[in-house]
Design a protein around this ligand. Structure first.
Ligand SMILES: Cc1cc2nc3c(=O)[nH]c(=O)nc-3n(C[C@H](O)[C@H](O)[C@H](O)COP(=O)(O)OP(=O)(O)OC[C@H]3O[C@@H](n4cnc5c(N)ncnc54)[C@H](O)[C@@H]3O)c2cc1C
Length: 396
Protein backbone atom coordinates (compact mmCIF):
# COMPACT_ATOMS: atom_id res chain seq x y z
CA UNK A 1 0.00 0.00 0.00
CA UNK A 2 1.04 3.63 -0.36
CA UNK A 3 2.33 5.78 2.45
CA UNK A 4 0.23 5.60 5.62
CA UNK A 5 0.39 7.61 8.82
CA UNK A 6 1.40 5.28 11.65
CA UNK A 7 1.34 5.91 15.42
CA UNK A 8 3.44 3.50 17.47
CA UNK A 9 2.71 3.35 21.20
CA UNK A 10 5.82 2.29 23.13
CA UNK A 11 9.38 3.13 22.13
CA UNK A 12 11.28 0.08 23.36
CA UNK A 13 12.90 -2.59 21.16
CA UNK A 14 9.63 -3.79 19.59
CA UNK A 15 8.23 -0.32 18.90
CA UNK A 16 11.52 1.09 17.62
CA UNK A 17 12.28 -1.83 15.30
CA UNK A 18 8.80 -1.55 13.77
CA UNK A 19 9.19 2.23 13.53
CA UNK A 20 12.49 2.01 11.63
CA UNK A 21 11.17 -0.64 9.24
CA UNK A 22 7.90 1.16 8.49
CA UNK A 23 9.70 4.48 8.05
CA UNK A 24 12.06 2.78 5.55
CA UNK A 25 8.96 1.59 3.65
CA UNK A 26 7.93 5.23 3.14
CA UNK A 27 5.31 5.57 5.87
CA UNK A 28 4.89 8.62 8.06
CA UNK A 29 5.71 7.14 11.49
CA UNK A 30 5.69 8.64 14.98
CA UNK A 31 6.54 6.92 18.27
CA UNK A 32 4.77 7.81 21.53
CA UNK A 33 6.69 6.72 24.62
CA UNK A 34 5.38 7.18 28.15
CA UNK A 35 8.80 7.58 29.77
CA UNK A 36 9.82 11.21 30.01
CA UNK A 37 13.47 10.35 29.46
CA UNK A 38 15.23 8.09 27.00
CA UNK A 39 15.03 4.58 28.36
CA UNK A 40 18.07 3.17 30.08
CA UNK A 41 19.64 -0.10 31.11
CA UNK A 42 16.39 -1.98 31.49
CA UNK A 43 16.38 -5.73 31.21
CA UNK A 44 20.15 -5.83 31.45
CA UNK A 45 21.54 -8.75 29.41
CA UNK A 46 19.68 -10.41 26.57
CA UNK A 47 20.33 -13.52 24.57
CA UNK A 48 20.58 -11.97 21.10
CA UNK A 49 18.69 -13.86 18.42
CA UNK A 50 18.79 -12.99 14.73
CA UNK A 51 15.50 -11.08 14.49
CA UNK A 52 16.52 -8.70 17.30
CA UNK A 53 19.65 -7.48 15.52
CA UNK A 54 18.45 -8.00 11.94
CA UNK A 55 17.49 -4.34 11.40
CA UNK A 56 20.87 -3.14 12.63
CA UNK A 57 22.96 -5.64 10.71
CA UNK A 58 20.92 -5.68 7.47
CA UNK A 59 19.87 -2.06 7.16
CA UNK A 60 22.62 -0.09 8.91
CA UNK A 61 25.60 -2.35 8.21
CA UNK A 62 26.49 -2.57 11.89
CA UNK A 63 28.91 -5.45 12.50
CA UNK A 64 27.20 -7.80 14.95
CA UNK A 65 30.45 -8.11 16.91
CA UNK A 66 30.23 -4.39 17.77
CA UNK A 67 27.08 -4.84 19.85
CA UNK A 68 27.37 -8.34 21.20
CA UNK A 69 29.55 -10.89 22.88
CA UNK A 70 29.88 -14.38 21.49
CA UNK A 71 30.27 -17.53 23.61
CA UNK A 72 31.23 -21.00 22.43
CA UNK A 73 29.90 -23.34 25.13
CA UNK A 74 26.73 -24.29 26.98
CA UNK A 75 28.10 -25.48 30.30
CA UNK A 76 26.43 -26.99 33.37
CA UNK A 77 28.15 -26.97 36.73
CA UNK A 78 27.67 -29.32 39.65
CA UNK A 79 27.22 -28.14 43.24
CA UNK A 80 31.00 -27.93 43.74
CA UNK A 81 31.44 -25.85 40.60
CA UNK A 82 33.02 -28.57 38.49
CA UNK A 83 31.84 -29.01 34.91
CA UNK A 84 29.02 -31.57 34.88
CA UNK A 85 28.26 -31.28 31.18
CA UNK A 86 29.29 -29.08 28.26
CA UNK A 87 28.30 -28.80 24.63
CA UNK A 88 29.87 -26.64 21.97
CA UNK A 89 27.23 -24.12 20.85
CA UNK A 90 27.62 -20.50 19.80
CA UNK A 91 25.39 -17.87 21.36
CA UNK A 92 25.42 -14.11 21.10
CA UNK A 93 24.61 -11.90 24.07
CA UNK A 94 24.05 -8.20 24.28
CA UNK A 95 22.32 -5.80 26.60
CA UNK A 96 18.91 -4.26 26.21
CA UNK A 97 20.54 -0.85 26.42
CA UNK A 98 23.11 -1.50 23.71
CA UNK A 99 20.50 -2.55 21.15
CA UNK A 100 18.12 0.26 22.14
CA UNK A 101 20.85 2.91 21.73
CA UNK A 102 21.76 1.64 18.28
CA UNK A 103 18.13 1.61 17.11
CA UNK A 104 17.59 5.09 18.53
CA UNK A 105 20.63 6.35 16.61
CA UNK A 106 18.82 5.32 13.42
CA UNK A 107 15.56 6.94 14.40
CA UNK A 108 14.57 10.60 14.05
CA UNK A 109 14.49 12.22 17.47
CA UNK A 110 11.72 14.65 16.46
CA UNK A 111 9.51 11.62 15.83
CA UNK A 112 10.22 10.04 19.23
CA UNK A 113 7.77 11.68 21.59
CA UNK A 114 8.90 11.14 25.16
CA UNK A 115 6.52 11.80 28.02
CA UNK A 116 3.54 10.81 25.86
CA UNK A 117 1.48 8.21 27.71
CA UNK A 118 -1.43 6.77 25.76
CA UNK A 119 -4.56 5.93 27.72
CA UNK A 120 -6.87 4.55 25.03
CA UNK A 121 -7.14 3.82 21.37
CA UNK A 122 -10.40 4.66 19.61
CA UNK A 123 -11.42 2.84 16.49
CA UNK A 124 -13.28 5.24 14.26
CA UNK A 125 -16.87 4.37 13.39
CA UNK A 126 -15.67 3.06 10.05
CA UNK A 127 -13.06 0.41 10.86
CA UNK A 128 -11.26 0.98 7.54
CA UNK A 129 -10.65 4.61 8.32
CA UNK A 130 -7.81 4.69 10.83
CA UNK A 131 -7.74 5.02 14.59
CA UNK A 132 -7.04 7.64 17.24
CA UNK A 133 -4.86 7.41 20.35
CA UNK A 134 -5.72 9.51 23.38
CA UNK A 135 -2.93 10.77 25.62
CA UNK A 136 -3.06 11.34 29.39
CA UNK A 137 -3.11 15.10 28.89
CA UNK A 138 -6.28 14.78 26.81
CA UNK A 139 -4.70 15.40 23.43
CA UNK A 140 -5.27 12.84 20.72
CA UNK A 141 -3.50 11.74 17.56
CA UNK A 142 -5.14 10.11 14.55
CA UNK A 143 -3.35 7.72 12.25
CA UNK A 144 -4.12 5.25 9.49
CA UNK A 145 -2.54 2.53 11.64
CA UNK A 146 -1.94 2.33 15.40
CA UNK A 147 0.68 -0.18 16.57
CA UNK A 148 0.45 -0.93 20.29
CA UNK A 149 3.94 -1.92 21.48
CA UNK A 150 3.39 -0.96 25.10
CA UNK A 151 4.88 -4.06 26.63
CA UNK A 152 4.02 -6.68 29.22
CA UNK A 153 1.79 -4.35 31.26
CA UNK A 154 0.04 -3.05 28.11
CA UNK A 155 -2.82 -0.66 28.82
CA UNK A 156 -4.01 -1.04 25.27
CA UNK A 157 -4.13 -4.84 25.47
CA UNK A 158 -6.37 -4.46 28.51
CA UNK A 159 -8.64 -2.23 26.47
CA UNK A 160 -8.63 -4.24 23.24
CA UNK A 161 -8.47 -7.76 24.74
CA UNK A 162 -9.82 -7.49 28.29
CA UNK A 163 -10.18 -11.26 28.42
CA UNK A 164 -6.56 -12.01 27.47
CA UNK A 165 -5.25 -14.94 29.49
CA UNK A 166 -2.73 -13.66 32.01
CA UNK A 167 -1.08 -15.60 34.79
CA UNK A 168 1.83 -15.48 37.21
CA UNK A 169 4.23 -18.30 36.35
CA UNK A 170 4.96 -19.06 40.02
CA UNK A 171 8.49 -17.70 39.96
CA UNK A 172 10.55 -14.57 39.45
CA UNK A 173 13.88 -13.86 37.81
CA UNK A 174 16.47 -12.36 40.12
CA UNK A 175 18.98 -10.48 38.04
CA UNK A 176 22.24 -8.59 38.30
CA UNK A 177 25.43 -7.63 36.55
CA UNK A 178 29.04 -7.42 37.79
CA UNK A 179 31.93 -5.82 35.90
CA UNK A 180 34.56 -8.42 35.00
CA UNK A 181 37.04 -6.08 36.69
CA UNK A 182 35.29 -6.81 40.02
CA UNK A 183 35.72 -10.58 39.72
CA UNK A 184 38.83 -12.70 40.25
CA UNK A 185 40.69 -13.58 37.04
CA UNK A 186 40.03 -17.32 37.50
CA UNK A 187 36.27 -16.72 37.60
CA UNK A 188 36.39 -14.66 34.42
CA UNK A 189 38.48 -17.41 32.89
CA UNK A 190 35.88 -20.01 33.87
CA UNK A 191 32.81 -18.03 32.78
CA UNK A 192 34.12 -15.96 29.89
CA UNK A 193 33.40 -18.16 26.86
CA UNK A 194 30.20 -19.91 27.96
CA UNK A 195 26.67 -19.63 29.14
CA UNK A 196 26.97 -21.33 32.50
CA UNK A 197 24.02 -23.05 34.21
CA UNK A 198 23.45 -24.52 37.59
CA UNK A 199 20.19 -26.46 37.81
CA UNK A 200 19.00 -27.67 41.21
CA UNK A 201 15.71 -28.49 42.90
CA UNK A 202 12.97 -26.16 41.62
CA UNK A 203 15.39 -23.49 40.51
CA UNK A 204 18.12 -22.65 38.04
CA UNK A 205 20.58 -19.86 37.41
CA UNK A 206 22.32 -18.89 34.20
CA UNK A 207 25.31 -16.62 33.81
CA UNK A 208 26.73 -15.09 30.64
CA UNK A 209 28.96 -12.18 29.56
CA UNK A 210 27.46 -9.03 28.00
CA UNK A 211 28.98 -5.77 26.72
CA UNK A 212 30.27 -3.35 29.36
CA UNK A 213 28.41 -0.19 30.27
CA UNK A 214 30.58 1.71 27.79
CA UNK A 215 29.71 -0.86 25.11
CA UNK A 216 33.08 -2.59 25.20
CA UNK A 217 33.02 -6.22 24.13
CA UNK A 218 36.68 -6.90 24.96
CA UNK A 219 37.24 -9.66 27.53
CA UNK A 220 38.06 -8.05 30.87
CA UNK A 221 35.93 -4.96 30.09
CA UNK A 222 32.53 -6.63 29.93
CA UNK A 223 29.82 -7.36 32.48
CA UNK A 224 28.90 -10.76 33.83
CA UNK A 225 25.11 -11.04 33.83
CA UNK A 226 23.00 -13.54 35.76
CA UNK A 227 19.34 -14.59 35.67
CA UNK A 228 18.25 -16.74 38.61
CA UNK A 229 14.73 -18.22 38.64
CA UNK A 230 13.23 -18.77 42.11
CA UNK A 231 9.72 -19.83 43.10
CA UNK A 232 7.51 -17.67 45.33
CA UNK A 233 3.94 -18.53 46.26
CA UNK A 234 1.29 -16.19 44.93
CA UNK A 235 -0.29 -14.24 47.81
CA UNK A 236 1.49 -12.98 50.93
CA UNK A 237 4.89 -14.43 49.95
CA UNK A 238 4.91 -12.68 46.56
CA UNK A 239 3.37 -9.53 48.09
CA UNK A 240 6.19 -9.32 50.59
CA UNK A 241 8.84 -9.86 47.91
CA UNK A 242 7.31 -7.22 45.64
CA UNK A 243 7.03 -4.60 48.37
CA UNK A 244 9.95 -2.31 47.69
CA UNK A 245 12.28 -0.62 50.16
CA UNK A 246 9.87 2.34 50.38
CA UNK A 247 6.91 0.14 51.22
CA UNK A 248 5.18 0.28 47.82
CA UNK A 249 3.81 -2.91 46.23
CA UNK A 250 5.08 -3.23 42.67
CA UNK A 251 3.59 -5.47 39.99
CA UNK A 252 6.07 -6.37 37.29
CA UNK A 253 9.56 -5.68 38.54
CA UNK A 254 11.80 -4.30 41.27
CA UNK A 255 14.39 -2.07 39.57
CA UNK A 256 17.98 -1.78 40.85
CA UNK A 257 18.03 0.00 44.20
CA UNK A 258 14.46 -0.86 45.16
CA UNK A 259 14.73 -4.39 46.60
CA UNK A 260 13.88 -4.53 50.32
CA UNK A 261 16.81 -4.99 52.69
CA UNK A 262 15.61 -8.36 53.97
CA UNK A 263 15.11 -9.85 50.50
CA UNK A 264 18.45 -8.52 49.32
CA UNK A 265 20.11 -10.21 52.31
CA UNK A 266 18.13 -13.44 51.81
CA UNK A 267 19.15 -13.73 48.16
CA UNK A 268 22.82 -13.24 48.94
CA UNK A 269 22.67 -15.74 51.82
CA UNK A 270 20.82 -18.26 49.65
CA UNK A 271 23.45 -17.87 46.93
CA UNK A 272 26.25 -18.58 49.40
CA UNK A 273 24.43 -21.61 50.80
CA UNK A 274 23.09 -23.23 47.64
CA UNK A 275 25.06 -22.21 44.54
CA UNK A 276 28.41 -23.42 43.28
CA UNK A 277 31.04 -21.03 44.70
CA UNK A 278 31.85 -19.45 41.35
CA UNK A 279 28.21 -18.47 40.76
CA UNK A 280 27.66 -17.47 44.39
CA UNK A 281 30.55 -15.03 43.97
CA UNK A 282 28.84 -13.41 40.99
CA UNK A 283 25.64 -12.90 42.99
CA UNK A 284 27.45 -11.67 46.08
CA UNK A 285 29.52 -9.14 44.13
CA UNK A 286 26.49 -7.68 42.37
CA UNK A 287 26.05 -4.19 43.71
CA UNK A 288 22.33 -3.84 43.06
CA UNK A 289 20.08 -6.84 42.58
CA UNK A 290 16.84 -6.41 40.70
CA UNK A 291 14.04 -8.72 39.66
CA UNK A 292 11.33 -9.31 37.11
CA UNK A 293 8.18 -11.30 37.78
CA UNK A 294 7.59 -14.01 35.19
CA UNK A 295 4.17 -14.02 33.52
CA UNK A 296 2.39 -15.86 30.75
CA UNK A 297 0.18 -13.53 28.77
CA UNK A 298 -1.57 -14.58 25.60
CA UNK A 299 -4.13 -13.03 23.30
CA UNK A 300 -6.37 -14.62 20.71
CA UNK A 301 -6.45 -11.52 18.51
CA UNK A 302 -3.66 -9.13 17.54
CA UNK A 303 -5.52 -7.08 14.89
CA UNK A 304 -8.51 -4.83 15.58
CA UNK A 305 -9.56 -2.86 12.53
CA UNK A 306 -6.64 -0.49 11.92
CA UNK A 307 -4.94 -1.20 15.27
CA UNK A 308 -2.65 -4.05 16.25
CA UNK A 309 -0.81 -5.41 19.27
CA UNK A 310 2.92 -6.16 18.86
CA UNK A 311 5.63 -7.78 20.99
CA UNK A 312 4.96 -8.25 24.71
CA UNK A 313 1.75 -6.23 24.37
CA UNK A 314 0.37 -9.31 22.61
CA UNK A 315 2.21 -12.34 24.02
CA UNK A 316 4.52 -12.00 27.01
CA UNK A 317 6.37 -15.28 27.32
CA UNK A 318 8.58 -16.77 29.99
CA UNK A 319 12.16 -15.81 29.12
CA UNK A 320 13.57 -19.36 28.77
CA UNK A 321 13.86 -19.26 24.96
CA UNK A 322 15.54 -15.80 25.11
CA UNK A 323 13.20 -14.83 22.30
CA UNK A 324 11.04 -11.96 23.63
CA UNK A 325 12.79 -9.15 21.76
CA UNK A 326 13.15 -11.35 18.68
CA UNK A 327 9.41 -12.03 18.65
CA UNK A 328 8.68 -8.31 18.99
CA UNK A 329 11.07 -7.52 16.12
CA UNK A 330 9.64 -10.33 13.98
CA UNK A 331 6.14 -8.91 14.47
CA UNK A 332 7.53 -5.69 12.94
CA UNK A 333 9.29 -7.38 10.00
CA UNK A 334 6.16 -9.29 9.01
CA UNK A 335 3.97 -6.22 9.47
CA UNK A 336 6.22 -4.30 7.08
CA UNK A 337 5.98 -7.11 4.51
CA UNK A 338 2.18 -7.32 4.62
CA UNK A 339 1.76 -3.54 4.44
CA UNK A 340 3.89 -3.58 1.30
CA UNK A 341 1.84 -6.37 -0.24
CA UNK A 342 -1.75 -5.41 0.66
CA UNK A 343 -3.90 -2.52 -0.60
CA UNK A 344 -5.19 -1.31 2.79
CA UNK A 345 -4.13 -1.35 6.45
CA UNK A 346 -7.04 -3.60 7.38
CA UNK A 347 -6.12 -6.09 4.62
CA UNK A 348 -2.50 -6.05 5.74
CA UNK A 349 -3.43 -6.69 9.39
CA UNK A 350 -5.80 -9.49 8.40
CA UNK A 351 -3.02 -11.15 6.42
CA UNK A 352 -0.44 -10.54 9.18
CA UNK A 353 -2.38 -11.71 12.22
CA UNK A 354 -2.59 -15.52 11.77
CA UNK A 355 1.17 -16.03 11.44
CA UNK A 356 1.99 -13.84 14.45
CA UNK A 357 -0.67 -15.51 16.59
CA UNK A 358 0.83 -18.88 15.68
CA UNK A 359 4.35 -17.63 16.50
CA UNK A 360 3.23 -16.31 19.88
CA UNK A 361 1.33 -19.46 20.72
CA UNK A 362 4.18 -21.86 19.95
CA UNK A 363 6.65 -19.70 21.86
CA UNK A 364 4.46 -19.37 24.93
CA UNK A 365 3.87 -23.14 24.96
CA UNK A 366 7.57 -23.98 24.55
CA UNK A 367 8.62 -21.49 27.22
CA UNK A 368 5.93 -22.71 29.59
CA UNK A 369 7.12 -26.30 29.15
CA UNK A 370 10.74 -25.35 29.87
CA UNK A 371 9.63 -23.42 32.96
CA UNK A 372 7.56 -26.33 34.21
CA UNK A 373 10.39 -28.80 33.68
CA UNK A 374 12.92 -26.63 35.50
CA UNK A 375 10.90 -24.99 38.28
CA UNK A 376 8.35 -27.71 39.08
CA UNK A 377 9.12 -31.16 37.66
CA UNK A 378 12.90 -31.12 37.96
CA UNK A 379 13.23 -33.01 34.68
CA UNK A 380 15.84 -30.77 33.06
CA UNK A 381 18.81 -32.93 32.08
CA UNK A 382 21.93 -30.96 31.08
CA UNK A 383 22.47 -31.19 27.33
CA UNK A 384 18.76 -31.51 26.50
CA UNK A 385 18.38 -29.74 23.12
CA UNK A 386 14.89 -28.47 24.06
CA UNK A 387 16.53 -25.84 26.26
CA UNK A 388 18.51 -24.22 23.45
CA UNK A 389 17.40 -20.62 22.81
CA UNK A 390 15.43 -19.87 19.68
CA UNK A 391 12.43 -17.96 18.37
CA UNK A 392 10.79 -20.47 16.03
CA UNK A 393 12.25 -23.61 17.61
CA UNK A 394 15.27 -24.51 19.76
CA UNK A 395 18.35 -23.24 17.89
CA UNK A 396 16.32 -21.41 15.24
C1 LIG B 1 13.82 -12.06 33.22
C2 LIG B 1 13.68 -11.72 31.77
C3 LIG B 1 14.71 -12.06 30.89
C4 LIG B 1 14.58 -11.80 29.53
N1 LIG B 1 15.60 -12.17 28.69
C5 LIG B 1 15.46 -11.96 27.37
C6 LIG B 1 16.49 -12.37 26.47
O1 LIG B 1 17.52 -12.94 26.87
N2 LIG B 1 16.32 -12.13 25.14
C7 LIG B 1 15.19 -11.53 24.67
O2 LIG B 1 15.08 -11.32 23.46
N3 LIG B 1 14.20 -11.13 25.49
C8 LIG B 1 14.30 -11.35 26.82
N4 LIG B 1 13.29 -10.96 27.66
C9 LIG B 1 12.04 -10.42 27.08
C10 LIG B 1 12.15 -9.00 26.63
O3 LIG B 1 12.61 -8.17 27.68
C11 LIG B 1 10.77 -8.52 26.15
O4 LIG B 1 10.19 -9.51 25.35
C12 LIG B 1 10.91 -7.27 25.31
O5 LIG B 1 11.41 -6.21 26.09
C13 LIG B 1 9.55 -6.86 24.72
O6 LIG B 1 9.72 -5.68 23.98
P1 LIG B 1 8.49 -4.72 23.70
O7 LIG B 1 9.05 -3.59 22.89
O8 LIG B 1 7.36 -5.51 23.17
O9 LIG B 1 8.02 -4.22 25.13
P2 LIG B 1 8.81 -3.43 26.29
O10 LIG B 1 10.28 -3.60 26.16
O11 LIG B 1 8.18 -3.81 27.57
O12 LIG B 1 8.48 -1.91 26.00
C14 LIG B 1 7.22 -1.33 26.15
C15 LIG B 1 7.40 0.18 26.05
O13 LIG B 1 6.12 0.81 26.06
C16 LIG B 1 6.14 1.93 26.94
N5 LIG B 1 4.75 2.12 27.38
C17 LIG B 1 4.05 1.33 28.22
N6 LIG B 1 2.80 1.79 28.36
C18 LIG B 1 2.70 2.89 27.59
C19 LIG B 1 1.64 3.79 27.30
N7 LIG B 1 0.43 3.63 27.85
N8 LIG B 1 1.88 4.82 26.47
C20 LIG B 1 3.10 4.99 25.90
N9 LIG B 1 4.15 4.15 26.13
C21 LIG B 1 3.94 3.11 26.96
C22 LIG B 1 7.09 1.50 28.04
O14 LIG B 1 7.61 2.61 28.75
C23 LIG B 1 8.17 0.75 27.24
O15 LIG B 1 9.17 1.61 26.78
C24 LIG B 1 13.40 -11.19 29.03
C25 LIG B 1 12.37 -10.82 29.90
C26 LIG B 1 12.49 -11.09 31.26
C27 LIG B 1 11.37 -10.74 32.20
Amino acid sequence: MESASIAIVGGSLGGLTAACLLRDDGHDVRVYERSSRELEQRGAGIGLLEATHRYLTERTGLPIADVSVSTSWIRHLDRQGDVANENEHTYRFSSWNRVYRQLLDHWDSDRYHLGHEVTTVDQTADETDGARVVLTDGRSVSADLVVCADGVGSTLRQQLQPTAAQGYAGYVAWRGMVPETDLPAEINQQLGDAITYYVYANSHILVYPIPGLDGSVAPGERLVNFVWYRNYLDGPELDDLMTDNRGARRDLSLPPGSVSVHHDAEVRAHAAARLPPVLATVVERTEELFLQVVYDIEVDRMAFGDTCLLGDAAFAVRPHAAAGTAKAAEDGWTLSKHLREQPTVADALAAWEPGQLALGQQLIERSRRIGRRSQVENSWMPGDPEFIFGLHAPGN
